[in-house]
Design a protein around this ligand. Sequence first.
Ligand SMILES: C[S@@+](CC[C@H](N)C(=O)[O-])C[C@H]1O[C@@H](n2cnc3c(N)ncnc32)[C@H](O)[C@@H]1O
Length: 241
Amino acid sequence: MPMFRLKLMIYDTLASYYDALVKDEEATLSWVHWIESFQKPCSMLELACGSAEITQVLSHHGFQMTALDLSQGMIDQAKRKDKEQKIQFLCQDMRNLSNLTSFESIACLCDSFNYILEKEEIVSFFKEVHDHLQPEGIFFFDSHSLDRLDEFSEEFNETGHIEDVDYQWSITSEEEIIYQDFAFYKENGEVIQEHHMQRVYDPEWLKEALHPYFYIESIKTDFDLEGIQPGEKYFFVCRRK
Ligand SMILES: C[S@@+](CC[C@H](N)C(=O)[O-])C[C@H]1O[C@@H](n2cnc3c(N)ncnc32)[C@H](O)[C@@H]1O
């Protein structure tokens, strides 16, 4: 009889399987090239760095990286890769940066931004990022597109086997929320589940929310389409006011 356990902390179990599930070296380089097309190596704070695939490449390219994530499991995975120990890792919530100094650049990548679920929180997040950027510092973030809501209105399902587990990954959407459900079927009969929610914001609303704190230097869709277009992700480059 399987024993089901729902993990309340997202990325607690997923952290061990994250790279095996989603690691994509070509996509990592696309994020790095996008950042480098606007920013020379500098001091950078990466919010929600996850297992630090992008962080590592930026560090190798000369960026002085401080990287944080809410999940200790993700930070543990990230630290293992940092053989030269050049990156400062912190386990903390990106919505409160009060313990940190200021940086020449701040980045929040790979739809991590969409884990902030309330509009009021987005507004205070933008202020927090502004307050921890040096004058004219650049804030990079990407977000799920509105098209993803349509795409996942029909459930996406993936099943497979990685390392010691079978897994099931389903994605659905309802109104402005994307729901991702993961189930990991362990050999001892235990089934570990994680339930993730991400909110997708209208890019026109995001522009208004950014306005008090940032000049928008660039918005692209899927890295190289100019402006808001049909696609998977919007990419924002914002300069601190
Ligand atoms: C889709 S992963 C992306 C990770 C990484 N940016 C990458 O490029 O692979 C989302 C990450 O956001 C982190 N996260 C979610 N909410 C957070 C929060 N409030 N503060 C810090 N990290 C958060 C999760 O722990 C997870 O590692």
